[in-house]
Design a protein around this ligand. Structure first.
Ligand SMILES: C=C(O[C@H]1C=CC=C(C(=O)O)[C@@H]1O)C(=O)O
Length: 480
C-alpha cells in the first residue's frame, strides 16, 4: 500500500505544476499569501481561522476528522524558502503543537487531521496497522521528497504494556526544515484543501510563573532504598541490570504553555532531539531507531558521569567514564540488546567495538552508534522496528523480561510515556523514534518530570540519586 501511495504521488506531479511556483518567503508577521499552496483567495475573503503561523483565508475547506480515519487523508507538501522557517519552534501556535527538532532542523506541526489512541501490549501493532490503513487510503502530493515531507504522523508510546496509553497524531499543518531546504505540508481529511494559507508569526509563549517543585512518588531516601534492593537482587543473580526511574512534580501558577520549555530545550540542547507529542515533551540524547531509505541507525547510551562546568576537569572525567568497568558493563548490555533486536531486520550491520563519550551540557554518556542496511523496509515500518527494540537495556535492563517485571514491582510509579519511543513516521514507514528521556508530561499547570539510571552490581544508591538529579536538570531549567 505504501508503494501505491508513491504511485499516486507520481500521478499528482502534473497537477502540481499548475499550482504555481514553490517560492514561499518570509512574512514577518504580516498576513500574506504563501505561494504554492493550493486554492486562490476568493474576492473579499479575509483572515479567519488562525492556526499558528498558517491561517485559512477562505472558507469551504473540508473539515478534519480528528476522531479517526473515516475519510481519506489528503496531504500536500510545498517547498518554501528556508528563510521563512529560520526557527521552527517559533512557528508553533499555543494550541496542539507537535515538535521534533535537532540542530534547528526537523518538523513541527499543529492541528489534528487524525489521531489514533492505543493501549496495552498491542499498542505498537495497532497504531502501525491504523497508520498503514490511513496511508493506503491517502492521497499524497509531495514534490519535495525529503525525510519528513508528505504524509507524516507524530507518535508517543507508553513504556509499559499496562496501561500502555499511547498516541499517534496526524497534524493539519507540518512545517519542516532540513539544512537549506524547507517545506510546508497541509493535511486534511475528506477531500482536497481548497483553502489558501498564509504564514503568520505565532505569539511568543508566556513565561511560567510561580514554579514549585516537589518530590514525586518516592522521596530521595525511599528511591535510594529501592536502588539498594535492586543491587542486592543483581548480586544474588536474579538479573544483570535494571534501569530504575523516579519522578518530580512541578506546578506553575498558570497552565504551562509547552512552547516555553520547548524553545529553551531546543536552544540549550541542540544535539538532542527536542520533542513534544500530546503533552509529553523533552530533549532526548538517545535515538532508538532512525530508518531512512533502507538505512537504519541507533544511538545507544548507557553509562553516565555528571559534568562539573570546569572543562579541564570534565575531560578528565570523560576519560574516567571511558575506563569505568561498571559503566562499560552497563553500556555493553544496552548495545547488545539493540544489536540483537536489529539483526533479524538487517542484511549487514556495523556495531563499533567500543563506545565514545557523548558530551551534553549537564552529563556525559558512553555512546555507541549502531548502523545497518535493512532488508525488510517494504514490510516492516520504523515503528515496528522501534517496537522490536523497546525496551532496550538503556531503559529496561538485562534480561529484559526480568527487568521489566522488577521495574513494575519496585519502582513505585507508572512511567506513562517516559522512556517509551517518541518520534515521527512517514507514508513509506521511514521515520525517527527516539527514547523519551529527559522528559516530562504536562497536564495544565502540573508537570511530571522523569529521570532514570541503569543499575548494575557495582551501583551505589547515593551516586545514582545524584545522577538522576543531573538528568532532571534539562527540563527543570527549561521551566524557569
Ligand atoms: C534512563 C535514562 O537514561 C538512560 C540513558 C542514558 C544513560 C543511562 C544511564 O547511564 O543510566 C540510562 O540508561 C534517563 O535519562 O532517564
Amino acid at each position: 500500500m505504501r508503494e501505491a501511495d508513491r504511485e499516486r504521488d507520481d500521478a499528482a506531479e502534473d497537477d502540481d505544476a499548475a499550482d504555481g511556483p514553490d517560492d514561499g518567503r518570509a512574512l514577518d508577521g504580516h498576513c500574506a499569501m504563501m505561494p504554492g499552496v493550493p486554492g486562490g483567495a476568493e474576492a473579499g475573503s479575509e483572515c479567519q481561522t488562525a492556526v499558528g503561523r498558517l491561517v485559512r483565508v477562505t472558507t469551504g475547506a473540508p473539515s478534519s476528522d480528528p476522531a479517526g480515519a473515516a475519510a481519506p487523508l489528503v496531504a500536500r507538501t510545498t517547498e518554501v524558502a528556508a528563510s521563512t522557517v529560520e526557527a521552527l519552534v517559533d512557528l508553533l501556535p499555543a494550541a496542539d503543537p507537535v515538535a521534533w527538532l535537532r540542530h534547528g532542523d526537523g518538523i513541527v506541526g499543529w492541528g489534528r487531521a487524525a489521531e489514533v489512541r492505543t493501549a496495552g501490549a498491542g499498542r505498537f501493532a495497532e497504531a502501525d496497522a491504523r497508520w498503514t490503513e490511513m496511508v493506503g487510503h491517502a492521497v499524497v502530493r509531495d514534490k519535495v521528497r525529503l525525510p519528513g515531507t508528505g504524509l507524516v504522523c507524530f507518535g508517543s508510546f507508553a513504556f509499559a504494556d499496562d496501561p500502555g496509553d499511547s498516541v499517534l497524531v496526524v497534524p493539519e499543518v507540518v512545517v519542516g526544515r532540513r539544512e537549506d531546504r524547507a517545506w510546508v505540508t497541509t493535511i486534511t481529511s475528506g477531500g482536497l484543501d481548497h483553502t489558501e494559507h498564509r504564514l503568520l508569526a505565532a505569539d511568543p509563549p508566556p513565561e511560567p510563573v510561580d514554579l514549585v517543585v516537589a518530590e514525586g512518588a518516592l522521596s530521595p531516601d525511599e528511591w535510594a532504598a529501592v536502588v539498594g534492593d535492586a543491587v542486592a537482587r543483581i548480586s544474588a543473580g536474579d538479573l544483570e541490570k535494571v534501569v530504575l526511574a523516579r519522578d518530580l512534580v512541578a506546578t506553575t501558577g498558570e497552565p504551562l504553555d509547552v512552547r516555553w520549555p520547548l524553545r529553551r530545550l531546543a536552544s540549550s540542547y541542540p544535539s538532542c532531539w527536542t520533542f513534544h507529542v500530546d503533552g509529553l515533551f523533552g530533549a532526548t540524547p538517545e535515538m532508538l531507531v532512525r530508518r531512512e531509505r533502507g538505512l537504519v541507525t541507533s544511538r545507544v547510551l548507557a553509562g553516565t558521569i555528571r559534568r562539573t562546568g570546569d572543562d579541564q576537569h570534565d575531560l578528565a572525567l570523560a576519560a574516567t567514564l571511558a575506563r569505568s568497568s561498571k559503566d562499560l558493563e552497563e553500556h555493553e548490555y544496552a548495545v547488545r540488546s539493540v544489536a540483537d533486536a536489529l539483526a533479524p531486520h538487517c542484511s549487514s550491520m556495523n556495531v563499533p567495538e567500543s563506545p565514545f563519550v557523548l558530551h551534553l551540557p549537564n552529563v556525559m554518556h558512553l555512546a555507541t552508534d549502531v548502523a545497518g542496511v535493512v532488508h525488510d523496509a517494504a514490510a516492516v515500518s520504523s515503528l515496528e522496528l522501534a517496537a522490536a527494540l523497546h525496551p532496550s537495556a538503556a531503559v529496561g535492563g538485562t534480561p529484559t523480561a526480568e527487568a521489566v517485571v522488577l521495574i513494575a514491582e519496585i519502582e513505585g510509579m507508572d512511567r506513562g510515556r517516559y522512556a517509551g519511543p517518541v518520534g515521527w513516521m512517514d507514508a513509506t514507514g521511514d521515520g525517527e523514534w527516539g527514547i523519551a528521556l529527559r522528559s516530562a508530561e504536562v497536564d495544565g499547570a502540573t508537570v511530571r518530570l522523569f529521570a532514570g539510571c541503569g543499575i548494575v552490581a557495582g551501583s551505589d544508591p547515593a551516586d545514582e540519586l545524584a545522577e538522576a538529579r543531573a538528568k532532571f536538570v534539562p527540563v527543570l531549567d527549561a521551566l524557569r
